[in-house]
Design a protein around this ligand. Sequence first.
Ligand SMILES: [Zn+2]
Length: 99
Amino acid sequence: MISCPSCESNHTVKNGRIHTGKQNYRCRDCGRQFVQYPQNKVIEQATKDLIDKLLLERLSLAGIARVTGVSELWLQRYVNALYAVVPRSVTVSAKKRGG
Ligand SMILES: [Zn+2]
């Protein structure tokens, strides 16, 4: 599935090839033209660990993306997934069981 790097829509169509011969795509939702994953980068676990630490330091996502070299879009997805699995810190009104 090829999704748009701008709006993440899957309504993308092939749009010829760019001069390097790579397949070009166009998003039907936002109109953006793009080549699929020009860098096709795999994020290493070490980088993810570093990102986890930086998140705790309350750096901005843009800052973390710059430091670690990942794309902001990828980072946004990563953070979303992260917060989806981490249970919300519910403020449990501690009912003290006094015995
Ligand atoms: Zn789009």
